[in-house]
Write a protein that binds this ligand. Structure first.
Ligand SMILES: Nc1ncnc2c1ncn2[C@@H]1O[C@H](COP(=O)(O)OP(=O)(O)OP(=O)(O)O)[C@@H](O)[C@H]1O
Ligand SMILES: Nc1nc2c(c(=O)[nH]1)N[C@H]1C(S)=C(S)[C@@H](COP(=O)(O)O)O[C@H]1N2
Length: 172
C-alpha cells in the first residue's frame, strides 16, 4: 500500500515556512491505518499545471493507491487545486467535499471558502484537504470511514483501519 501526501503551497515549496500540514496528514493516518504503508511525500507550488503534473505522475507511473493533497482549494488567484483536479480526475466523488465542508463549518464559517473535492484517476483515489493545519484531522477523520471500501471498488490495495480508533465501513 502506498499513500501519497502532496502539500500545495507557494511559500512552503520555497521553504519560507515549514510544511506542517503534510506531516500532520501522515501522523493522522499512522494513528489508525493498520495496513503497512509507504508514505510518498511531495511539496509543490500552487497552480493548475504544477498540481496536475504531480497528480498525473503519482497516478500513472507506478500508481499509488491513495493521494491526500493539502492546500490551494480556496478562492484566491493562485488557488487552483480544484482546476487541476478537473484536469486529472476521471470520476468526481463530490460527497467527500460536501462532508468535509459540513464538519469544518462547525469549526469555522470560512470553511465555505474551500472548494475541496475528491476523485478517481485509474486505480488511485485523490482527496483534497484545505491548507490550514487545523483542518487536517477533522477532514481526514470525517471521510476516512468510506475510504477502504472506495479503494476496494476501484481496484486499489486493501486498507484496514484500527476500529478502536477509526471504524471503517464495508457494506455487506
Ligand atoms: N502546508 C502548510 N503548513 C503549515 N501551514 C500552512 C500550510 N498551508 C497553509 N498553511 C497556513 O494556512 C494559511 C492559509 O493557507 P493558504 O493555502 O491559503 O496559503 P496562502 O496564503 O495561499 O499561501 P501559500 O500558498 O504560500 O501557502 C497560510 O497562510 C499558512 O499560515
Ligand atoms: N476545517 C477547516 N476547514 C477550513 C479552514 C479551517 O481552518 N479549518 N480554513 C478555510 C479557509 S480560511 C480557506 S481560505 C479554505 C481554503 O484553504 P486552502 O486554500 O488553504 O486550501 O479552507 C477553509 N476550510
Amino acid at each position: 500500500m502506498r499513500i501519497a501526501i502532496v502539500t500545495i503551497s507557494d511559500r512552503a515549496s520555497r521553504g519560507e515556512y515549514e510544511d506542517i500540514s503534510g506531516p500532520a496528514i501522515e501522523a493522522c493516518l499512522r494513528r489508525f491505518v493498520v495496513t503497512p504503508f509507504e508514505a510518498v511525500r511531495r511539496i509543490v507550488p500552487d497552480g493548475r499545471d504544477s498540481v496536475a503534473q504531480v497528480l498525473r505522475a503519482l497516478c500513472d507511473d507506478d500508481p499509488v493507491d491513495l493521494i491526500l493533497t493539502t492546500g490551494g482549494t480556496g478562492p484566491s488567484p493562485r488557488d487552483e487545486t480544484p482546476e487541476a483536479m478537473r484536469d486529472v480526475m476521471e470520476k468526481e466523488l463530490a460527497g467527500f467535499g460536501e462532508l468535509m465542508r459540513r464538519v469544518s463549518l462547525e469549526q469555522t464559517p470560512t470553511a465555505i471558502l474551500s472548494r475541496q473535492t475528491a476523485g478517481i484517476r485509474g486505480r488511485t483515489l485523490i482527496i483534497n484537504l484545505p491548507g490550514r493545519p487545523a483542518a487536517i484531522d477533522l477532514c481526514v477523520e470525517a471521510v476516512f470511514p468510506a475510504v477502504p471500501y472506495c479503494l476496494d471498488l476501484i481496484g486499489a490495495g486493501r486498507l484496514e483501519t484500527d476500529p478502536a480508533v477509526l471504524k471503517s465501513f464495508r457494506p455487506g
